[in-house]
Design a protein around this ligand. Structure first.
Ligand code: FEO
Length: 395
């Protein structure tokens, strides 16, 4: 149990998950996470904003007990994913008078996933307000961050914007507010890269919509919250912009060293040319680090040997993730070797069709690279440098 106080009438009552190592059985959590939920005590009504992952429901109920909460009039559900909604059925069982406030799409999803019954809901429209007496909640639709039903709530008089996943970070920390900006920036960037990046263009619109409102605090449902909202809003503006950095990343895998030698030569040549370059060994890399690098690198060069006529499965995984995350990468190329033949280049290109980047002629060699092949790698590096120099979107 650990209740964290924002004001005399607003409390964080969720749970810190120090030990969780993986989210969605996919995303590594090097710093754990938290499921922030908030109690707001109005002069007439009390509201709970979101719940917690079902594995931490006892923490939520202990926190509500500690605050002496005997009645919850409203439960606002911003997002139907179970790390925030999964304890709604237990809250409704313990507080039978509670009504769930949400939008029609989220209502449908809560019915599908949690079997919450129809009479428990109050549906709200975009921009609708609900009074708690001395406080007013205004609901703002922000679809696709990162599910189609997501919305946020502005507590107008207190100037607190509750954003659920949006602006969050997977970080377990006892401090309620951001204290270490450098650490939190990286954690929030990792979260953006893994979860929000595919919806970059929609988020641009949401940022404009949010800026119409006045608030002093952004209270997310993961990680420390922001008492300087511009810090995270400015970071998001950079991440969702069309601008990229003069950087090359090379997700690679090699079986017997031929592809690895090609990667090494490309890395060395790019360093010589003054371009920032980072190789990611796909057999060991933390995919969160790779996702973060995809946020603003201008160029991605995938490197893979040929296995059973196609790319190495680890390279397919890297390419598939890149395709799903839809980074704003401007240029893509491919290097690698083969023993006797195959369709590796075409299969990689087919896997990254969502990435709207110019494809630079790949360097694919037979067996171990020769002197001529190494020269072709150098030509690829020079071509990348030239493309970067000619791009207006590289900062
Ligand atoms: Fe934190 Fe999309 O749930």
């Amino acid at each position: 149990m650990a209740v964290r106080k924002l004001t005399e009438e607003i409390y964080e009552v969720g749970a810190i998950d120090w030990d969780r190592e993986l989210f969605d059985e996919l995303i590594p959590l090097p710093d754990g996470t938290s499921y922030n939920a908030y109690i707001v005590k109005g002069s007439e009504k009390t509201v709970l904003l979101d719940t917690v992952d079902p594995t931490k429901k006892d923490v939520l109920f202990d926190n509500l007990d500690y605050l002496g909460i005997e009645k919850i009039d409203y439960l606002v559900s911003h997002h139907a994913e179970q790390d925030h909604s999964g304890t709604i059925p237990e809250v409704l069982a313990q507080f039978p008078e509670t009504k769930v406030i949400t939008n029609p799409k989220c209502k449908g999803m809560l019915q599908d996933h949690l079997h919450v019954s129809e009479e428990k809901f109050i549906e709200v429209e975009d921009g609708e307000q609900v009074s708690l007496g001395n406080k007013t909640m205004k609901f703002i639709y922000t679809p696709w961050v990162h599910w189609p039903e997501t919305m946020i709530t502005l507590l107008e008089e207190d100037r607190v914007l509750f954003t659920c996943d949006l602006f969050g970070s997977h970080m377990a920390a006892s401090n309620l507010f951001v204290e270490d900006k450098g650490r939190d920036y990286l954690s929030a960037k990792r979260y953006y890269a893994e979860i929000m990046m595919p919806f970059r263009n929609l988020i641009k619109g949401h940022l404009k919509k949010i800026e119409e409102y006045d608030f002093d605090i952004i209270a997310t449902s993961h990680g420390p919250i922001y008492d300087e909202p511009d810090f995270i809003i400015d970071a998001y503006k950079g991440w969702v912009s069309d601008e990229v950095k003069d950087e090359v990343i090379i997700p690679w895998v090699s079986m017997h060293g031929s592809t690895e030698h090609m990667v090494d030569h490309l890395v060395d040549t790019l360093i010589e040319k003054g371009v920032k370059v980072t190789p990611f060994n796909l057999t060991t890399t933390d995919i969160g680090e790779l996702a973060m690098a995809l946020v603003d690198a201008a160029t991605v060069v995938l490197a893979t040997p040929t296995v059973l006529t196609g790319p190495h499965p680890k390279a397919v995984y890297g390419a598939y993730l890149m395709n799903a995350l839809r980074p704003k990468t401007k240029f893509v190329s491919l290097i690698g070797s083969y023993g006797w033949g195959g369709r590796m280049p075409q299969m990689i290109q087919d896997t990254i069709k969502n990435v709207n980047a110019e494809f630079i002629e790949p360097v694919i060699v037979k067996g171990h690279p020769s002197e001529e092949d190494f020269k072709a790698i150098e030509e690829l590096a020079y071509s990348i440098v030239e493309k970067h120099e000619g791009s207006k979107e590289i900062i």
